[in-house]
Design a protein around this ligand. Structure first.
Ligand SMILES: Nc1ncnc2c1ncn2[C@@H]1O[C@H](COP(=O)(O)OP(=O)(O)OP(=O)(O)O)[C@@H](O)[C@H]1O
Ligand SMILES: [Mg+2]
Length: 382
């Protein structure tokens, strides 16, 4: 019931827009009804157990008293009134704890259910570094994918990916939805467990580098911007905890976020909540970009970082980015091909393979997959 309430509250706009209010209510009523029935049965059972147990005890009491009385009167054995009396007291002492235990069973079962959930969470495998993982504090930004293949469980996603990038390079990844672009970048940051692959950073296999170090060297602006429940200032500062006010404002200005931030009643002190529902999608992206601008990592990954931003702002942000990228190795994933024309190398990914690669001009000249993609965007816009 709690899960259902949580889902329908957070998915409220979808429920309203798809006219799903009645269905959601019916579904909830059904669950509520099932729960009531189960709770009713549980209550009925547990209220029978107490009296039943009392009755058994009292019957035992009567029996012992009766048998004791008869044996004393009939002079069977050496039994005296004292023995019978002691026995009855022992019986009370014995049944008291049993009654308590029975009362506890309900509580015990509830706790077991909760414990199961807690333990299933605890049992989740932790992200562990290889036993001899090496620290790394500096990189020259040389990235190499060496015949990388990858599968989620058993479903192959990437096949034989090769790429080489050096500091100052901008590598663009383009391709249809679900082609595997985000997955390629997740392998660079070693987000997924080891498989048959080798991703090299300055010639070192990334799976042998301490994750904490590796991720300090790579800044990622993810496809889904995520902002925490804290002030805008602290959200930007997440990129570099020791950044001072001037650096934060400079990053916000470069990301073109400064203007809208200062227009908020509390400015940089505005506390965002619930993943910044009060901001527009594009504003959230600008804050994520500002967060990336403030880090000084030598490798930069932008996964659809400007997809929700209007074209004018995008151009401004890109000019700022171009400066930032000068001495970094940058990977840019984009659907809007106008944004990656200047890349040194464009990799066209389809179905987990690199189907074409080259510069914008050379790919257009090939007149293949990329040219089709480019022309289709051009035509729809014209
Ligand atoms: N956690 C996961 N478990 C299983 N399969 C996944 C997982 N994440 C992604 N996939 C699958 O891997 C494939 C590639 O996904 P990926 O996110 O890399 O695509 P993409 O190229 O980034 O697409 P988009 O342009 O929509 O962002 C998809 O077919 C997807 O269904
Ligand atoms: Mg993606």
């Amino acid at each position: 019931m709690n899960t259902q309430i949580e889902e329908s509250v957070s998915g409220k706009p979808v429920v309203q827009l798809f006219d799903h209010i009645e269905a959601t209510t019916t579904h909830f009523d059904q669950t509520n009804h099932d729960y009531t029935k189960a709770a009713f049965r549980a209550q009925a059972l547990s209220s029978i157990i107490g009296p039943f147990n009392n009755m058994t005890n009292n019957v035992a009491y009567v029996l012992i008293t009766a048998v004791g009385a008869v044996s004393i009167l009939g002079h069977w054995g050496n039994i005296t009134v004292g023995v019978i009396f002691t026995f009855l007291i022992y019986l009370r002492n014995f049944t008291g704890p049993i009654n308590n235990l029975l009362d506890l069973i309900n509580t015990l079962q509830l706790s077991l259910v909760s414990a199961q959930r807690v333990f299933s969470l605890i049992d989740e495998p932790q992200e562990k570094d290889a036993p001899n993982a090496r620290p790394l504090t500096h990189t020259d930004g040389n990235v190499q994918f060496d015949h990388v293949s990858f599968a989620y469980d058993t479903r192959p996603i990437l096949t034989d990916i090769n790429l080489t990038a050096h500091s100052g390079d901008v590598i663009a990844l383009v391709g249809p939805t679900g082609a595997g672009k985000t997955t390629i970048m997740n392998l660079l940051t070693n987000l997924y467990p080891l498989q048959s692959r080798r991703v090299l950073l300055d010639g070192i296999d990334v799976t042998t580098i301490r994750r904490a170090d590796l991720r300090k060297l790579i800044t990622v602006v993810q496809q889904e911007s995520y902002l925490f429940t804290m002030s805008i200032r602290d959200n930007i500062r997440l990129g570099r905890p020791d950044a001072d006010e001037a650096a934060i404002v400079a990053a916000a200005k470069a990301a073109n976020a400064h203007t809208f931030i200062t227009q908020l009643p509390d400015g940089y002190d505005t506390v965002l909540s619930e993943n910044a529902h009060s901001l527009s999608q594009g504003q959230r992206q600008l804050l994520s970009i500002a967060r990336a601008f403030i880090t000084q990592a030598p490798i930069l990954v932008l996964d659809e970082a400007t997809a929700a931003i209007d074209s004018n702002t995008e151009t401004l942000v890109q000019n700022a980015m171009a400066k930032l990228m000068q001495d970094k190795t940058s990977f840019v994933i984009a659907h809007r091909l106008s944004t990656i024309q200047a890349a040194n190398q464009i990799l066209v990914i389809d179905d987990g393979r690199v189907v074409e690669s080259g510069t914008h001009q050379s790919l257009l000249a090939q007149n293949g997959f990329y040219a089709d993609l480019y022309n289709s965007q051009f035509e729809t816009r014209a």
